[in-house]
Write a protein that binds this ligand. Structure first.
Ligand SMILES: Cc1cc2nc3c(=O)[nH]c(=O)nc-3n(C[C@H](O)[C@H](O)[C@H](O)COP(=O)(O)OP(=O)(O)OC[C@H]3O[C@@H](n4cnc5c(N)ncnc54)[C@H](O)[C@@H]3O)c2cc1C
Length: 510
């Protein structure tokens, strides 16, 4: 879905409120020139309902709102705003839009809001995997809009639906649904946010059976850039196809959920061939109730030791029995029946929080030779980059899905072509030494490009294979993710967001 991401950037904003109409003239020229966001924060403070709160530097909640799971992505802002209702989000967005329009009408060039200030929206905790933030130094003032208070969960008025706030994390959502023996289609590891994952697409352990996260959304509550609140359903053709605004509530399909079977195995490097065969075989079995994620991790000159394979088999009706994996002697194995939430919580990420994370993948199909190439990439970059700094971590995620992955949803901005599926192929790097930033960025690009070249050489038709937005680098061309939909998305932006307010946000620019 378009819009996917909005590290909502803004600037000198605000004024306006639910209570009193915006008085544009109250924006002083000093505000405009210096981007005095502190003044803006104070205006917002007086505009919001008691459901919301504005926090200022040094308060613990301000720190929490601005921090990120990857320390390098933590931010500074003039204040953090925690809207507690869609109405208050509307107040904030509407205010921003009016200020943008006002500033542009008075001095469109030199006082353009984005010249001096930024703001962000999101849960402000984890998970951006892209390097966008690396290029923004976070030195410019910004306003942080944290959606953490929008963490509501209730069963929907329609059968088999739940209404959830974007501020929840997947593990907390699964935990709350657990007593009711239901679940929804969402993230696979703890501490990833509902909002960003769904708006980018959403790979789930249940995607083989039910499709992407976005394919399981029944309705959105959306705050449009003009500050109005709209419920978007399939009947709203354009906005259903591509959102623009801030989502304050998702209505999701829910599914009965019993215990699941599966967990993690760790294999030594001498088992790599057997693991590759097992992965290839998994791709041949169209078992929609099974799911597999594997990580090939570089360690001391080898890919192995920390290879892990997390597997999930939903029930005894599952066809795939994972014997290909279970027959390989493992150095660690924890396979059991457990609740879905415990299964997900057991999947601790391998990424050290304090590091820069960088992932760039090209879509390919996991043939035997591509898996060989991926292993070679991990070995090559592992050896090269750990020579520069032994703390660098190099891994490749292997995420195969069955062929029906994209057969569940209605047309949406992403994926632009539901007839073909490809899998993410490339290395993920983490590091903490900022002098390595450039070399890391170059390495991750080269690795993905080499894998794409290998796939082409093998005869895979991947030249126009679409990139998954949630795994895409900040400068990925829009066409690479949204294909022929880009023109329609730009048109929609012009119609819904003529002031391009959401364009001041981070994320991909239309
Ligand atoms: C450890 C880890 C595991 C992951 N596992 C998976 C996985 O299993 N499947 C998968 O598909 N992806 C996975 N990802 C990738 C993940 O989908 C993206 O990182 C995604 O951006 C996370 O969303 P977030 O809400 O946590 O992050 P945030 O940084 O809070 O948000 C990401 C972007 O979405 C925008 N956004 C958030 N909420 C809203 C909203 N309500 N309205 C409008 N815009 C909004 C933000 O402004 C921001 O630009 C994983 C990432 C990590 C780090």
């Amino acid at each position: 879905m378009l819009l996917a991401r909005i590290t909502f950037v803004l600037s000198v904003l605000s004024l306006a409120s639910r209570a009193s109409e915006i008085v544009i003239s109250e924006v002083s020229s000093q505000d405009r020139l210096s981007g005095d966001l502190l003044g803006v924060c104070m205006i917002i403070t007086s505009s919001l309902s008691t459901a919301s709160h504005v926090f200022y530097p040094t308060t613990p909640q301000y720190v929490k709102d601005n921090e990120h799971a990857f320390v390098s992505s933590s931010e500074h802002s003039a204040c953090s705003v925690e809207p507690g209702s869609a109405e208050d989000v509307a107040v904030i967005v509407g205010s921003i839009t009016r200020i943008v329009l006002f500033l542009e009408s008075t001095d469109p060039i030199s006082h353009h809001p984005c010249h001096s200030c930024k703001s962000s929206v999101g849960r402000a905790r984890p998970s951006r995997l892209r390097v966008a933030d690396m290029q923004q130094t976070f030195t410019s003032p910004r306003l942080q809009i944290s959606l953490s208070r929008l963490n509501q969960l209730k069963f929907g008025s329609e059968a088999d639906t739940v209404e959830v706030g974007p501020g929840l994390t997947w593990d907390s959502l699964y935990q709350q649904l657990h007593p009711f023996n239901v679940t929804v289609i969402g993230g696979r590891t703890p501490d990833v946010g509902v909002g960003g994952l769904l708006l980018g697409g959403g790979y789930s352990f249940k995607s083989n059976q039910y499709g992407l996260g976005i394919d399981n959304i029944v309705a959105y509550e959306l705050v449009l850039p003009n500050g109005t609140i709209k419920t978007v359903t399939e009947s709203d053709q354009d906005l259903w196809f591509a959102l623009r605004g801030i989502v304050t509530k998702f209505t999701l399909k829910s599914y009965a959920q019993g215990k699941v079977w599966g967990s993690i195995s760790v294999y030594a490097s001498d088992k790599l061939e057997a693991i590759k065969n097992a992965i290839t075989n998994f791709g041949k079995v169209a078992d929609t109730k099974a799911s597999l994620v594997s990580a090939l991790i570089y360690s001391s000159g080898k890919v192995g030791r920390h290879n892990y394979v997390s597997v999930l088999r939903r029930s005894s009706t599952s066809v795939w029995n994972f014997d290909d994996f279970l027959n390989i002697p493992s150095s660690y194995r924890d396979i059991k029946m457990s609740s879905y939430v415990n299964f997900v919580k057991g999947l601790v990420t391998q990424v050290t929080p304090a590091h820069w994370p960088l992932l760039w993948v090209r879509p390919t199909r996991y043939s035997t030779s591509i898996l060989d190439d991926i292993v070679d990439q991990v070995l090559y970059w592992g050896s090269k980059l750990t020579a520069l700094d032994p703390k660098v971590q190099v891994l490749a995620g292997i995420e195969p899905f069955t062929s029906g992955l994209l057969s569940h949803g209605t047309p949406s901005a992403y994926p632009p072509d539901r007839s073909q599926i490809y899998f993410p192929s490339g290395v993920a790097l983490t590091w903490s030494n900022s002098s390595l930033d450039q070399v890391m960025a170059q390495s991750v690009r080269k690795s993905a490009d080499d894998l794409q070249a290998a796939a082409l050489k093998e005869g895979q038709n991947v030249t126009h294979a679409v990139v998954y937005p949630n795994y895409a680098l900040f400068d990925t061309p829009l066409e690479a993710m949204y294909g022929n939909n880009v023109d329609r998305l730009r048109e929609l932006k012009r119609a819904v967001d003529p002031a391009n307010v959401m364009g001041f946000a981070g994320g991909f620019k239309f």
